[in-house]
Design a protein around this ligand. Structure first.
Ligand code: ATP
Ligand code: MG
Length: 188
């Protein structure tokens, strides 16, 4: 992006008076896909979107490659390909989460995006990979027009308190309980 394009976005009239903070949490399916659906909708209105995936080193996700091909959206992905043990996170997992947090700070404070999605950041917080205070500070410091979407199970109470919109996905049924394993194109 050229400097003048950057300037035009940072200073363009906001489509809304104030960007809000949205949290999608809970154990039911649909948090990441809801955030990606919102990203798609925003792109349709010509808004600029940045998506940061926390704890998603696994490259199998269908959305990641295709999303980056759409005009107006950029994607960054952090994490290891292996599952994180919440009781004993590895130093590399903490490092990846801190890198993702730094990317989030740059994206939010840089003022060049209308919508910033922090996918699975709630899990990184719940596992203690990054401090809640840093995310609360980022929320407070964000430029007023930035819409922030934070996804993942176990959103901390401080985040729920400060958010403008909180949706809790509740599992009523999930095929996993019937032994149906994650399916490409549906679950990843
Ligand atoms: P999705 O990415 O499908 O929107 P999600 O973001 O709500 O799901 P996560 O908590 O991030 O779900 O879980 C990641 C993976 O677990 C995804 O493959 C998702 O489809 C699957 N999943 C989500 N909810 C459940 C559930 N209740 N039981 C089993 N698997 C689930
Ligand atoms: Mg998810």
């Amino acid at each position: 992006m050229t400097l003048s394009e950057h300037y035009a976005i940072a200073h363009a009239p906001s489509p809304w008076p104030r960007g809000l903070v949205q949290v999608y949490t809970g154990d039911g399916k649909g948090k990441t896909t809801a955030a990606l659906g919102l990203a798609l909708r925003a792109l349709g209105h010509g808004l600029r979107v940045h998506v940061i995936h926390f704890m998603k080193g696994d490259t199998r996700y269908g959305e990641q490659a295709i999303l980056a091909q759409l005009p107006g959206v950029t994607v960054e992905r952090f994490g290891l390909p292996t599952l994180c043990n919440p009781k004993n996170p590895r130093p590399e997992e903490r490092l990846q989460a801190h890198k993702a947090l730094e990317a989030a700070q740059n994206a939010v404070l840089g003022g060049q995006y209308h919508v910033v999605v922090l996918d699975e950041i709630n899990v990184a917080l719940a596992f203690g990979l990054i401090p809640v205070d840093a995310v609360m500070e980022l929320i407070r410091q964000r430029p007023p027009a930035v819409e922030l979407v934070l996804t993942g199970r176990k959103a901390p109470p401080e985040l729920i308190a400060i958010a403008d919109l909180v949706t809790e996905m509740r599992e009523v049924k999930h095929p996993f309980q019937q032994g149906v394993l994650a399916r490409p194109g549906i679950d990843y």
